[in-house]
Design a protein around this ligand. Structure first.
Ligand code: SF4
Length: 376
């Protein structure tokens, strides 16, 4: 079976080249074509000997995703990338252009086992984990469309267009731990994308042992975002069912231990749902939790999903809730809805494409769960 070249790290590639009797310096050249110039075919690697290209193409694949659609929002601030995998499933990535930053929101799984009640990703069938190569390719393919590769024109063709990557698309990144970690290491490596950890955010619903392991494995350098959504056990049990296994008290104790080891602040994601978690008591509870670990709070006004029976808050309700938090000393941002017209925002594209709990219709299509990823 052919391996995915984008999943491979520098040491593994050097070992492979040595075993083929090619000089190891070729490894950095190959990785530069993949992660800086974002090529999609072996033929684009212009400075490699034909014999090496032949060996590589026999044993590996450069590209495993087919780009199917790229709808843009009317205001041009976000663009959705719908990809088809080799086994015929669909996933989405989103590009958000805002404040001089080009942020790519990537998916890590086809479906999600966590079944958060307000999230379209959790409503469909879980299919499988994405590979590190499939995660990385999402970033490369988006980058490629930002700065089209002009092969052979003699200019410096390094692409630095992607400034931030957020793991907030379909799937729970820490439930696909190895591939997520491998992808992050490739994003951060000097032979990879060369992105600093502060430009990478991983969002998790709170799998405590995996969070602890992750902070250790990335040496606290990557931004952590916790999908909190409620400060009350019973409400969180409904919104984020993993809370029944890793409850709020335990999560907060773990975060208290961890936040000093983190080199970045923690963010709480809080989807604000009318009548569910927007009361003054809910605001006080949230402020108490945030202040325990100096977390920033990202308020995400709920974006309706047809199959979920929740209500969006009004702008006035959002304002009131934020004011209550601020009064208690919490730093708050409100994520503006972007790309609603292309369903780039919040898990709705999938709902437009497939019957969620039925068996007919197209295969799974990813959804992006929130309005906009947090842009640090
Ligand atoms: S919010 Fe995240 S963890 Fe929960 S179902 Fe959606 S994708 Fe999965």
């Amino acid at each position: 079976m052919q391996s995915q070249l984008r999943s491979i790290n520098l040491t593994e590639l050097e070992t492979l080249l040595k075993s083929w009797s090619f000089p190891t310096y070729r490894a950095r050249q190959i990785l530069n074509w993949l992660h800086q110039k974002h090529i999609t075919e072996f033929g684009e690697m212009k400075n490699l000997p034909k014999k090496l290209l032949g060996k590589l193409s026999e044993s590996s694949l450069v590209s495993v995703l087919k780009l199917r659609e790229t709808p843009k929002s009317n205001d041009q601030s976000s663009q959705k990338y719908l990809f088809e995998t080799q086994d015929g499933h669909f996933l989405e990535s989103v590009l958000i252009v805002q404040g001089g930053r080009n942020t790519v929101c990537v998916s890590t799984q086809l479906g999600c086992k966590m079944k958060c009640s307000f999230c379209a990703s959790g409503m469909g069938k879980f299919v499988r984990n994405l590979t590190a190569g499939e995660i990385i390719e999402q970033v490369s393919r988006v980058a490629r469309t930002l700065s089209p590769l002009e092969v052979g024109n003699g200019r410096d063709r390094s692409l630095q267009a992607i400034t931030n990557v957020v793991f907030m698309g379909m799937g729970e990144p820490l439930d696909n731990y190895d591939a997520t970690l491998r992808a992050i290491k490739i994003l951060m490596a000097d032979w990879g994308f060369g992105l600093g950890g502060r430009r990478i955010t991983v969002s998790t619903c709170g799998i405590i042992p995996k969070i602890e392991q992750f902070v250790k494995d990335v040496d606290g350098r990557v931004r952590l975002s916790i999908s909190l959504h409620s400060s009350q056990q019973t409400v969180r049990n409904e919104l984020v069912p993993i809370n029944k296994r890793y409850n709020l008290d335990d999560l907060m104790s773990a975060l208290e231990q961890l936040y000093r080891k983190l080199k970045r602040e923690i963010t709480f994601e809080y989807t604000l749902i009318q009548g569910m978690n927007n009361s003054p008591e809910a605001a006080s509870g949230l402020a108490r939790l945030a202040n325990r670990i100096h977390a920033k709070v990202n308020i995400i006004p709920y974006n309706p999903v047809r199959e979920a029976d929740y209500q969006s808050p009004t702008p006035a309700q959002v304002k009131t809730f934020c004011a209550l938090l601020e009064k208690k000393g919490v730093r708050v941002t409100v994520r503006q809805t972007a790309g609603r017209d292309i369903n780039a925002a919040c898990g709705q594209l999938r709902l437009d494409r497939e019957p969620i709990r039925g068996t007919s219709g197209p295969k799974l299509i990813c959804s992006i769960k929130f309005n906009l990823p947090p842009i640090p």
